[in-house]
Design a protein around this ligand. Structure first.
Ligand code: NAP
Length: 700
């Protein structure tokens, strides 16, 4: 094993040259060092030219030391707040974006067109940006996440609970597939790092050059603590033997590898979560009375999924279901589009589809197509011998023709529902009725995604109910959303990506859900005071403080969580209700019609809920200019009891939570968000309304 760190600061110069074929060996980044080996080397070839481009080997790398380094050094990220982690990710994303052309250049060796590479490169950076802003928007600036409001467990309110999530004190190992070397890593490390957990990434050997280039830049950028991100270029060797009860593993790739890895005894021994995303025989469905426009949408979607990234997308459409009477029409339209595909070197302008990632993959797809053709007839492509490749040698590169099969008897078929040919391959098949369609879709035994392409007035409720349990995502496309749809094949940061059964049973992305996968949820029982301490958020029933100075006169820094104002009282009169009705235009019978109100749920006229909210503001606001800049929102509003004519209301305003805001520009005045707990009570002390208001308050 070679430790490359002592030799040169420049990683390029650090890349050792293998003696036998003089291609570079990609180093791994483990325990704070770039390191590689000359033993047990695996070579990767250019997808277009077939030339050897690099080798990998992690032979002899100390995996135990890497796990320990992550836990000792990388875990520093757990002491950062969610917003600090999110800001670091945003800086990383901007840093990478400035260097994007380097990654596009490397992508050429994987057979991609620039459009294909965009999904991986800028799609990957976009995922970092999206996660960064999601966390800054949705989570408070703390290290732990308080998941729910106070759960009362006693009559007097002195004992209750909340669930909190804390960063796992372990490492997340991410094993990625070859098809998205950048996005595949970033979509996993973003939620992991935001959860405060360090990662060890093992990219597929094919494509590892792109992952390695990104990791190299992230390390150089210095935005993350050393050890928060480590990289294995090569094999994992004994890595799993060093994992323990706080660790997590995710895997994307083939079902056979995933199943093998999942059976590691250590995972069983320590209940280590193993999230898997594997072969998925995704569907597209054309509804039974589809019109011409809908048929065209369907054909466009299937075509796009077959040819984008040469069909090497985990979400690509493998099974296309059409009503039996439309089979011929759809088949003809698809054939005519597929016959126009120009396969070849993506450097040429007229080339519309590049190569597969490797010659090995080409042979794998050919094998799988052989299996599929036991169930179905090939109507386009499918033969390696006689298809035209532009600007490259078909024998040396990993080219495979766009291939459409038609299966006329899908209920009797076997392979088309089970085998994923991971290339530009799809099978078209007819269905007779809704139940048969749902049964056929379910024969895929669990998929990542299905598209339903419908006329805008088709009701697909029953179909959705039948097939949703088999999928992680359903994409319903029609003429009304076609222009804006993100498409069948795009996993989005905000939406769940994963699927049951054959698709692996894992779940990635899905907004904050993904962050929670790397955190431990703990129910904390105790008093309101303890809960206020732990979550830094005032809990009803906890101690409060009163002061002669109005809280709106205090700066963000002077305010204390738990600071309380008890306002003067106000008796609600009929004039209040009439005036508010005239001012707002809300003459609802419960407020304005004596007879209607008497016959109603309330039994008499009641004040408008919005009047109570407005009157409450009148009671707690300090009118003079001060540090409160603006009121910018209200959450969790509930009208608990009606307020009747003659009732007297009073407000308790308590400082619940404080979050400093980062400055967008240095000219801006420093400020933070203060959340106030508002409780409006009547003369009997009964709660009539409760809500939170959010104000922007200047810092001292
Ligand atoms: P694979 O052979 O299962 O490899 C997936 C990942 O696992 C790679 O990083 C691979 O590293 C690693 N790996 C393999 N054996 C391992 C071991 N014993 N210990 C630790 N890591 C190991 O899959 P693939 O060749 O990349 O793709 C094959 C098929 O997977 C495709 O044809 C397709 O059907 C499916 N696939 C599915 C998805 C999806 O998201 N649903 C995505 C891509 C591929 P090395 O590359 O170094 O072997």
């Amino acid at each position: 094993m070679l430790d490359l760190n002592g030799q040169s600061a420049n990683l390029e110069a650090n890349e050792a040259q293998s003696a036998d074929n003089a291609v570079k060996i990609l180093p791994s980044y483990l325990a704070g060092k770039w390191q590689t080996s000359n033993q047990d080397l695996r070579t990767v070839y250019h997808a277009i030219t077939g030339e050897a481009i690099y080798q990998v080997s992690s032979h002899g790398c100390d995996m135990k030391a890497a796990v320990e380094f992550a836990k000792k050094n990388g875990s520093q990220i757990a002491s950062w707040t969610f917003h600090e982690r999110a800001n670091a990710l945003k800086q990383v994303a901007s840093y990478l974006l400035e260097r994007k052309e380097e990654f596009y250049t490397l992508a050429k060796a994987t057979g991609c067109t620039r459009k294909d590479a965009w999904i991986d490169v800028e799609g990957g950076f976009g995922t970092l940006f999206a996660y960064s802003s999601l966390v800054r928007r949705e989570l408070s600036n703390e290290t732990a996440l308080v998941e729910d409001a106070w759960i009362p467990l006693s009559k007097q309110g002195n004992f209750g609970a909340k669930h909190i999530l804390t960063s796992k004190a372990g490492v997340a190992v991410h094993i990625d597939a070859f098809n998205f070397p950048i996005w595949g890593m970033l979509e996993k490390i973003a939620p992991t790092l935001l959860a405060g957990v360090p990662c060890i990434v093992k990219p597929a050997t094919e494509g590892a050059e792109m992952t390695q280039a990104v990791v190299k830049h992230i390390v150089e950028s210095g935005f993350l603590p050393d050890g928060a991100l480590q990289l294995i270029c090569g094999q994992t060797y004994d890595l799993f033997d060093h994992l323990g009860p706080q660790d997590t593993v995710t895997f994307t790739g083939s079902a056979s590898t995933g199943q093998k890895l999942r059976a590691h005894p250590r995972f069983n021994q320590y209940s280590i979560p193993f999230s898997m995303e594997a072969d998925s025989v995704n569907s597209a469905i054309l509804t039974s009375n589809a019109n011409e426009e809908t048929i065209d949408l369907f054909v466009r979607e299937v075509f796009r999924e077959m040819t984008t990234k040469a069909g090497q997308k985990c979400t690509a459409i493998r099974r296309a279901f059409v009503p039996a009477h439309l089979l011929e029409q759809v088949q003809n339209k698809l054939i005519s589009k597929l016959q126009k595909v120009v396969v070849g070197n993506p450097e040429l302008e007229n080339v519309t589809m590049g190569a597969l990632a490797s010659v090995k993959q080409k042979h794998d797809v050919a094998e799988k197509v052989k299996l599929l053709s036991q169930d179905a007839q090939i109507v386009v492509g499918g033969h390696l011998a006689d298809f035209k490749v532009e600007g490259a040698d078909a024998n040396k590169g990993a080219f495979y023709p766009a291939t459409l099969l038609v299966c006329t008897n899908p209920t009797q078929a076997k392979y088309i529902h089970q085998v994923e040919a991971f290339g530009p391959v799809s099978t078209l098949m007819p269905y007779q009725n809704l139940q048969e369609l749902a049964d056929l879709v379910a024969r895929g035994e669990g998929s990542l995604v299905a598209s339903i392409v419908r006329n805008t007035d088709d009701n697909v409720e029953e179909l959705v109910a039948k097939i949703a349990p088999w999928h992680g995502r359903l994409h319903i496309l029609d003429a009304s959303n076609a222009k804006e749809s993100t498409g069948h094949g795009s996993p989005l940061p905000h939406l769940v990506h994963g699927g049951p059964g054959r698709a692996g049973g894992g779940e990635e992305l899905g907004g904050i859900r993904a962050v929670k996968h790397y955190m431990q949820r703990t129910a904390i029982q105790g008093s309101p005071n303890v809960m206020t301490q732990i979550g830094h958020s005032w809990t009803a029933g906890a101690e409060f403080f009163e002061d002669r100075v109005h809280p709106f006169k205090k700066s963000f820094d002077e305010l204390r969580v738990g600071e309380r104002l008890l306002t003067a009282r106000r008796t609600v009169t009929e004039a209040d209700i009439v005036n508010f009705a005239c001012l707002s235009g809300d003459h609802f019978y419960a407020h304005m019609d004596k007879i209607g109100a008497e016959n109603s749920f309330f039994g008499e006229r009641v004040a408008h809920g919005y009047f109570i909210v407005s009157a409450a503001a009148g009671l707690f606001v300090d009118a003079a200019p001060g540090p409160v800049i603006a009121n910018y929102g209200m959450d969790n509003l509930r009208f608990v009891e009606p307020v009747k004519i003659g009732d007297t209301i009073q407000v308790e305003l308590t400082c619940k939570q404080k979050t400093p805001k980062p400055l967008k520009d240095p000219e801006q005045k420093a400020h933070g968000v203060v959340v106030w707990d508002i409780k409006v009570k009547n003369q009997r002390g009964e709660l009539v309304a409760t809500y939170d208001i959010l104000t922007l308050v200047e810092r001292a």
